[in-house]
Ligand binder design. Structure first.
Ligand code: SAM
Length: 278
């Protein structure tokens, strides 16, 4: 067994050796909790024959845990300073390939080069939502997404209609996947410690959406309008969709216009989509 990177002293030693400081702007909070790392690896359910895409390997902490399952790891890191660090810390793991680039810009299918893969990451928090939405909306051949995110974002991802956490992110995540919170992770599980509590979230990608809709773009346009003005009644908020006769539309969908968008289920958003402009 090789020395494990997931440790406060080892992490500080690696940073010192390479004369580096964690870059806050890039969301660099390195994992130092072995039990959290094990929980992530376990939730991902990886083994030899699997391929995993890791976003932001940092100094190689989670990458090492993933590599030790015997799966193929492709890890995309934006910070050029970390590329030589990773070459050193992951030296000897011939199942790891590091790619220098921006996860929001690269062609992921081509970069990974496998017909199916999983996504596992301790995400940089300044771009959590764009990364998750990209993975889901592009319909990449992913079965499961296991990521560390801010607890507040995890709660929005799993939120049910009616509460303050329920919003456009909840609808999108639950349309494409079945999300569940694996565990909460306190700030002292990272070096340096972030300002917020984190959570590991697992999203099992659905083979088929849970509702049938005629027009996906329209569905998300309606969702955006409904949550764009959370405090407004639906009869007002839906004006942003450009629909002409909103009361008649709401009646066709069987939805009370006095309700607020944040109370609508996926099924009700689907009903609005399928009766739009008819
Ligand atoms: N995986 C490591 C760990 O668990 O300790 C580091 C996780 S750290 C929270 C996030 C990493 O994402 C950093 O290494 C950061 O440089 C990298 N990163 C930030 N923006 C990125 C982007 N657009 N594309 C790829 N990596 C990015």
């Amino acid at each position: 067994m090789r020395p494990q990177i997931v440790d406060r002293e080892v992490t500080m030693h690696i940073l010192k050796t390479f004369h580096l400081h964690a870059d806050k702007k890039l969301g660099q909070n390195f994992l130092i909790s072995p039990s959290t790392l094990q929980a992530i690896v376990h939730a991902a359910g990886l083994g030899p024959g699997d391929t995993v895409l890791e976003v932001g390997p940092g100094i190689g902490t989670l990458t090492q845990g993933l590599a030790e399952t015997g799966c193929q790891v492709v890890a995309i890191e934006l910070d050029k300073r970390l590329i030589p660090v990773l070459a050193k810390t992951l030296d000897g793991y011939d199942n790891v390939r590091i790619v220098h680039g921006d996860v929001l810009k690269l062609d992921l299918l081509q970069t990974v080069g496998a017909p199916r893969f999983q996504l596992v990451a301790n995400l940089p928090y300044y771009i959590t939502t764009p990364i998750i939405l990209r993975m889901l909306e592009e319909r990449l051949p992913i079965d499961r997404l296991v990521t560390m995110v801010q607890l507040e974002v995890a709660e929005r991802m799993v939120a049910k209609p009616g509460g303050k956490d329920y919003g456009a992110l909840s609808v999108a995540v639950q349309y494409y996947s079945e999300p569940s919170i694996v565990m909460e992770v306190p700030p002292n599980s990272f070096y340096p410690a972030p300002a917020v509590t984190s959570a590991v979230i697992r999203c099992d990608i659905r083979k088929k959406p849970p509702v049938e809709i005629t027009d996906e773009r329209l569905f998300f346009r309606i969702v955006k309008a409904a949550f764009g003005q959370r405090r407004k009644m639906l009869s007002n908020a839906l004006r942003a969709t450009g629909a002409s006769d909103i009361p008649a539309w709401l009646e066709r969908a069987g939805i009370d216009g006095n309700r607020r968008g944040e109370t609508l289920s996926l099924q009700e958003f689907a009903a609005l989509t399928n009766t739009f402009g008819h």
